[in-house]
Ligand binder design. Structure first.
Ligand SMILES: [Zn+2]
Ligand SMILES: [Zn+2]
Length: 203
């Protein structure tokens, strides 16, 4: 991805499409950058704790560089539009929570309704396009304070990612991170084999 690409473009390229959720994520990521005085993460200077796995998280990954692979994107499966972004360099963190209903409205409801259909007529396709541009304007121009609540908060307690050694699973022969292997009557086994094969843990 091009480093000089504007944040919105970065997010769209990464996510593959434009949608209201992604746009909300763009607002979150840009606000966090502004509040914390940071740019894009290179090597875990930033940390993001996200409380959902919606489209918005892809904006956090692409704009802030907090990614699943680097281990500085922490997913808490709470089903909440809440994002805590932290700078390890300054020790500052900001918690951003969507105001309930701030994305709601007739356009959004109609958009979601059309999105849930499996097959759209050409008219509905057009309507969807138009709704998307209306929502684009709405979400991108809405004052921050109408979109989400935010507050400075404590640094989330998350260790930096560590690389753990792998061992060979005694059933499938594939490598598995040591900390994920279980001791069984067949020796150390990976989670897949532990679930799929009958193994006895009482050894
Ligand atoms: Zn999306
Ligand atoms: Zn195995």
């Amino acid at each position: 991805m091009c480093k000089n690409m504007p944040p919105l473009e970065l997010a769209i390229q990464f996510h593959g499409h434009v949608c209201p959720g992604l746009l909300f994520g763009v607002r979150v990521a840009e606000f966090a950058q502004h509040k914390l005085g940071v740019d894009v993460d290179k090597d875990e200077e930033l940390l993001a704790v996200v409380e959902n796995d919606s489209c918005a998280v892809d904006a956090v990954q692409s704009i802030l560089g907090c990614t699943f692979g680097k281990g500085n994107l922490i997913f808490r499966d709470y089903g909440k539009q809440v994002y805590t972004i932290a700078s390890r360099e300054s020790g500052r963190a900001v918690r951003i929570a969507q105001i309930f209903g701030s994305m709601d409205g007739p356009e959004f409801r109609r958009f979601s309704q059309l999105k849930s259909l499996t097959c759209l007529s050409p008219q509905e396709e057009n309507e969807l396009e138009e709704l998307l541009s209306v929502l684009f304007e709405l979400i991108m121009s809405k004052p921050v304070d109408e979109l989400f609540k935010w507050q400075e908060t404590e640094m989330p307690e998350v260790e930096k990612a560590t690389i753990m050694p792998s061992i060979e699973c005694q059933i499938c022969g594939e490598g598995v991170m040591q900390s994920r292997a279980s001791t069984t009557d067949r020796g150390l086994v990976c989670p897949t084999c532990r679930l799929e094969c009958e193994v006895d843990f009482n050894v």
